[in-house]
Design a binder for this molecule. Structure first.
Ligand SMILES: Cc1cc2nc3c(=O)[nH]c(=O)nc-3n(C[C@H](O)[C@H](O)[C@H](O)COP(=O)(O)OP(=O)(O)OC[C@H]3O[C@@H](n4cnc5c(N)ncnc54)[C@H](O)[C@@H]3O)c2cc1C
Length: 392
């Protein structure tokens, strides 16, 4: 990628809604992304490689478990800080943000919220420091939008469980030391377990051939009679509300992250429109290009307001799952549309790695599908306002 000249748009002076601590955290992550991510991310994506060397830096800037209490190695920060960290990381690349989202909201969150004190002490500090990466196994080959149909199962064998089944599309799987896995017990109740790399019968084959999130490692989790000690069961949750609680937290972060990708596309398109001349004048002087740019900044500003308010509600423990769905759905779709329009403003150059546009666009095709598809989030809003379930 050409030199990173990113300047964040703040059309409604929303910085005034942030505390000094929020701005410090945001600016620290922004500077880290400029220095460490921008120079290498294009090549990592082209080669379809997860930039493992960034894991330590992610831990150092506090991207792993920002809102987990300090005593367990987390940052002890509020939800707006978490959102801002995700925004800045996704400004760099959605794959990098995915790694941090999974680690924080899908691995550390369930261990902190549903785990025993022993589990918290054993796993959280190692995950916060980046010594260990974790992954989250919910989706199965035949059960994506409907995780309740899962067939992965555990059988009680006295001092341990025997785990069988398979998960697919699992971010971080190929490198993860632990997996938080959701499986049904003999009564058909969904339970969470911590499965460790090295347990006999547990393998994590990598998924190849992705055109999206190429700098994030994706894989399967295969369980062939894996013996999982009883102390690895998450004791404090039963049923689908376990994984859904994790997804709520991750979706909140994604709604902020998508703004980062959108801001990067807008910023690049705005600069290009001023520098690129056709017919003897900058293309930014043509009404058709101005329409695109004006609509982009309008949508970014609306999304910024939505997430800020959602962050306030989440800090007060008042954000509902349906409100989080609305923000995830709106903001990811907004970012994807902005990426497509920005690609057009860049003309042919928009398809090259000289600019971040095409990479963001491809990444966002995953982001609009994972953590609940665009359709599913609409159904959640529909159910919330009508009281009628249109899922099944
Ligand atoms: C790169 C990547 C990383 C991922 N990482 C993880 C991870 O770390 N952990 C994890 O557990 N999962 C992960 N996922 C899986 C992701 O959450 C699923 O892909 C997603 O939930 C959709 O499931 P599916 O792909 O099986 O699609 P399906 O559920 O088969 O859906 C196919 C289409 O049907 C639509 N549809 C389904 N049901 C309905 C309905 N009732 N009404 C209307 N339309 C419907 C959907 O909206 C979609 O358009 C990841 C996926 C990707 C692509």
């Amino acid at each position: 990628m050409a030199q990173d000249r990113f300047q964040a748009p703040d059309y409604y002076q929303l910085d005034e809604l942030l505390t000094d601590e929020h701005k410090l955290i945001r600016d620290t992550v922004r500077a880290w992304v400029k220095k460490e991510v921008s120079p290498i991310i294009e090549e990592a994506c082209q080669k379809c490689e997860f930039p493992k060397h960034l894991v330590k830096g992610l831990a150092e800037i506090g991207a792993f478990g920002p809102y987990i209490p300090v005593e367990y190695g987390g940052g002890g920060l509020d939800q707006i800080s978490y959102g801002l960290i995700m925004q800045e990381l996704e400004r760099g690349d959605s794959g990098l943000r995915s790694t941090a989202s999974v680690q924080s909201s899908l691995v550390m969150y369930p261990i902190y919220t549903y785990g025993s004190e022993e589990q918290r002490k054993k796993y959280l500090p190692k995950l916060a420091s980046g010594e260990w990466l974790g992954c989250f196994g919910l989706t199965e080959p035949d059960h994506g939008s409907n995780p309740n149909g899962m067939v992965t199962n555990i059988k009680d064998k006295g001092d341990h469980y025997v785990l069988n089944g398979a998960k697919m599309w699992i971010s971080n799987a190929p490198f993860a030391q632990i997996a938080v896995v959701w499986a049904k017990d003999e009564e058909g109740v969904i339970r969470g377990l911590i499965v460790e790399r090295g347990m006999k019968g547990f393998t994590t084959p990598e998924t190849h051939g992705k055109w999206s999130l190429r700098a994030s490692a994706t894989g399967e989790l295969v369980f062939d009679n894996v013996q999982v000690p009883k102390e690895n069961l998450l004791p404090n949750v039963k049923g689908l509300k376990g994984p859904l609680g994790c997804l709520n937290s991750a979706r909140f972060g994604i709604s902020w992250g998508a703004i980062g990708a959108a801001m990067d596309c807008y910023d690049s398109a705005l600069r290009y429109s001023k520098e690129r001349k056709q017919f003897g004048r900058p293309i930014g002087g043509f009404q058709l290009q101005q329409k695109k740019l004006a609509e982009m900044i309008t949508e970014i500003t609306k999304a910024q307001l939505l997430t800020w308010r959602l962050g306030v509600l989440k800090n007060e423990n008042r954000a509902t799952p349906a409100q989080i769905s609305m923000a995830k759905r709106n903001n990811v779709n907004m970012a994807l549309e902005i990426a497509r329009e920005a690609r057009q403003i860049h003309g042919g150059m928009g398809i090259t790695g000289e600019y971040p546009i095409m990479r963001h666009m491809m990444n966002l095709e995953s982001v609009i599908t994972y953590e609940g598809t665009h359709d599913i989030h609409l159904l959640i809003t529909g159910m919330d306002v009508t009281g009628e379930n249109a899922f099944s």
